[in-house]
Design a protein around this ligand. Sequence first.
Ligand SMILES: [Zn+2]
Length: 344
Amino acid sequence: MGLRVPRGQCLPNARSPCDLLLIRLNRGIRVLEFAAEGDFAMIKRFHHNLLCILAALAVSALPTIPCLAQTQTSPTPQLSVHWEELTASDFREGIHRSQGTCLLPFGILEKHGPHLPIGTDLLDVRHAALHAAEQEYAVVFPEYYFGQIAEARHEPGTMSYSRTLQLALLQETTDEMARNGCKKVLIVNGHGGNDSLLPFFAQTQMDKPHDYVVYVFDERTPQHGGPARKTTIDMHAGESETSKMMISRPDLVHQDRAKNESGADQARQKIPGGVYTGIWWYTRFPNHYSGDGSVATRELGEFQMNWWIDSVVKAIRAVKADDVSLKLQNEFYEKSTHPLDTQP
Ligand SMILES: [Zn+2]
């Protein structure tokens, strides 16, 4: 449909620079079409407009490329990855866009040496998970820190929930996430003390049918590459963790206090390595500090945090692509109701 151009005016009241440019281009094409058909009267009528078009094209040279790009592919509307920031209808769109994949970044509240905040694991894991979800869209559950940390009950600020509550709360949380469309719940673990709890939780999903799959991603630190590390003992609030906090929340790192306490391994328990006790951690690191945060650097933190974010991105992509787990889980649940029929 043609555009009406008021007499003596080059262009109508267009709505945006892109509209203007498209109008100009359309008119130019029409003039050329008329010329090809030998309609000289029409050419004369458009003579004034043609001059306008040429002038306008010269003026519009700079915004041309972004405008054309915009008209060719409509950009995907921005959608927060934060569960709590979405409106109800945007949440529905978020679940659709994430293909039902939701992240549950799992932190903890515990002492982190003399120099890092109590919420270090929570702050770091959320930094990694949120940045990963922005690269590969997933809905990210709010702050969650109700994990296993009995070994730090002797230190200020530790929130240590009972084992029954840890499991019950996590189950109800993932159940509720799934009821809201998160059929793939990816728990991103930020706390080493959860390393028995989370696989156990995932294993217990086989107890009874669930219409969703729990995935656990439990890697935080690359074993190779990046700036050389200066320390060998580096398990808690040490070189790596302090370096990562320099990226996620540098304002909360008090590196000048890192040597106020010892993070050395006191190696006080004399039993073979294959024999496990719950007190093992306290026997080695009674200050709830393992390593030396004073040697941390931003360079190491940047390398490790980027590695962590990339690793979570890969995990999200793998989880989205996984069409096997839920299918076989359902098959398993069905068979488990009549095990005597399972062959061979
Ligand atoms: Zn930590």
